[in-house]
Design a protein. Structure first.
Length: 160
C-alpha cells in the first residue's frame, strides 16, 4: 500500500496543534466523526533524514489529556502487571515490522524499537492507544481504550 499524504487542511490542523511546522510526511489514520484528526501515521524519517520517534501518534488533545492522567496515576506500571507479556511482545514486533516496511530512506540512521520506541515493557500509553485505535493488535492500547471515555471515531486507510 502506498503512503497516503495528509491533505492541506490536515497539515494546517496538525501544525496548529503542534505550534510549529511539521517535520515529515504523515497521513491521518483515525478521525473523530466530526472530522478532526485523532491519530496520524508518520513516515519513518523526518525530511532531514532523522528517524521519526514514533510511527503512530495520538494527536487529539482531549484523548491525550485523558491518557496523560492515566500515566500520572501509575498506569504504565499497573498495566505492565496485568498485560500478557507474549501479546505485548507481539505488538512491539508487529509495530517494528510495519515501520520497517514503511521505511523509504536507507541512507542513514534507522528508527528502531516497537511501540513507543521500546521492544520490551511499556514506555508510553499514548503510543499504545494510537496503535490500537489505528486497528492493530495492542493489549495495552486495548486496556487504555477501555479505561477512558473515547469520542466516536472512524478509522481511515492505514498502511499494513
Amino acid at each position: 500500500m502506498t503512503f497516503l499524504d495528509a491533505n492541506t487542511a490536515d497539515v494546517a490542523y496538525v501544525e496548529a496543534a503542534l505550534g510549529r511546522p511539521t517535520v515529515g510526511r504523515f497521513a491521518v489514520v483515525v478521525r473523530r466523526t466530526t472530522g478532526e484528526p485523532v491519530v496520524i501515521e508518520n513516515e519513518p524519517h523526518m525530511r532531514d533524514g532523522t528517524p521519526m520517534p514514533t510511527l503512530l501518534w495520538l494527536l487529539d488533545p482531549d484523548i491525550h489529556e485523558a491518557v496523560s492522567r492515566l500515566e500520572g496515576d501509575g498506569g504504565v506500571h499497573r498495566f505492565e502487571e496485568v498485560v500478557d507479556p507474549v501479546a505485548l511482545r507481539d505488538a512491539h514486533d508487529d509495530y517494528a515490522l510495519r515501520r520497517q516496511r514503511a521505511t523509504v530512506r536507507r541512507d542513514g540512521p534507522q528508527p528502531t524499537g516497537g511501540v513507543g520506541g521500546t521492544r520490551v515493557g511499556i514506555k508510553c500509553l499514548h503510543a499504545h492507544l494510537a496503535n490500537f485505535l489505528a486497528g492493530f493488535s495492542d493489549p495495552v492500547g486495548e486496556i487504555v481504550a477501555a479505561s477512558i471515555d473515547l469520542p466516536e471515531l472512524e478509522r481511515c486507510e492505514v498502511r499494513q
